[in-house]
Design a protein around this ligand. Structure first.
Ligand code: ADP
Ligand code: MG
Length: 266
């Protein structure tokens, strides 16, 4: 009887190996045998056992999917939210965890990060990008200037609408450094089209060292800037970072008069 059971079990394992390979889920074989004894000892139901095995497969898939999405996102560095020092930015401490949960992506809301250089805008945008990838969203990061170059190329090739449609398949597009360089009028219009095409469809994260009032000069046209800001902030969380550059902290440079003024201003 024992021999018969062993043979049946071996047959089942063989079949399981074949079925898991057919499903392109080879980890199921490993999880199934690893969890079987534990399930028997703990008196799991068949349903509990099946759920535990499938859960291992799903977790492994989403982890490797997230790594692929993070690699494909073109992030400048892998700066995670866990590495962020909240004591340096206490004002946004409350806002970020809700954003990290990814709820804003499901609602196609935007995030705008404003603040002086070195206050962590790119770091937070990157960290939110990584979190989005973990939540299963495709992410694409570039600076505003790079986005404009990309859109201008598509426009010249007559495939701007196609490119905008393609970009909508990304749950999150990050536009870093809006305002770092002013745009030509054509560029401002291309950028406006990017913002419009995503409006209420998919999320954007924008970072800028300028307040919204300074965007008109960047886009060379107050009307274009106003229309764009309107769409961006209609459904958006605006996080304002403050203080001295994190890059310069502990270097004695934070005692410079200009930076001191900035700090005491807040
Ligand atoms: P910004 O984009 O606002 O100019 P960055 O995000 O590039 O600033 O930050 C500059 C550097 O300082 C980066 O290396 C970043 O990781 C680091 N940094 C900034 N703020 C923080 C913070 N609060 N905690 C940890 N690192 C930070
Ligand atoms: Mg930056």
């Amino acid at each position: 009887m024992a021999a018969k059971t062993t043979t049946a079990a071996a047959e089942a394992v063989k079949q399981l190996t074949y079925l898991a390979a057919a499903l392109k889920a080879p980890r199921i074989t490993e999880a199934a045998s690893r969890l079987a004894d534990h399930a028997r000892d703990a008196g799991w139901t068949h349903e509990e056992y099946l759920a535990a095995v499938l859960e291992r497969e799903v977790a492994a898939r989403s982890a490797s999917g997230a790594q692929l999405r993070i690699r494909a996102a073109g992030l400048p560095a892998r700066k995670s939210l866990e590495e962020f020092d909240w004591d340096a930015q206490p004002a946004v401490r409350q806002q970020v965890p809700a954003l990290a949960s990814g709820a804003f992506l499901a609602e196609a809301r935007n995030v705008v990060l404003l603040g002086p250089p070195g206050t962590g805008k790119t770091h937070l945008a990157t960290g939110l990008g990584i979190a989005a990838a973990h939540h299963g969203h495709r992410v694409l990061f570039a600076t505003a200037t790079e986005w404009v170059t990309r859109l201008a190329e598509a426009h010249r090739a007559g495939r701007l609408p196609h490119e905008l449609t393609r970009l909508r398949r990304y749950g999150l597009i990050i536009v870093d450094e809006v305002g770092y360089l002013p745009f030509e009028q054509d560029a401002a219009n291309l950028f406006f089209q990017l913002v419009s095409s995503r409006y209420e469809h998919a999320s954007l994260i924008l970072t800028s060292n300028l307040p919204f009032s300074g965007w008109g000069a960047v886009f060379g046209d107050q009307a274009v800037a106003a229309a764009m800001i309107d769409r961006v902030v209609h459904h958006a969380d605006v996080l304002t970072l403050k203080g001295a550059s994190y890059r310069l902290r502990n270097r004695g440079i934070d005692t410079l008069p200009s930076i001191k003024t900035q700090e005491t201003a807040h």
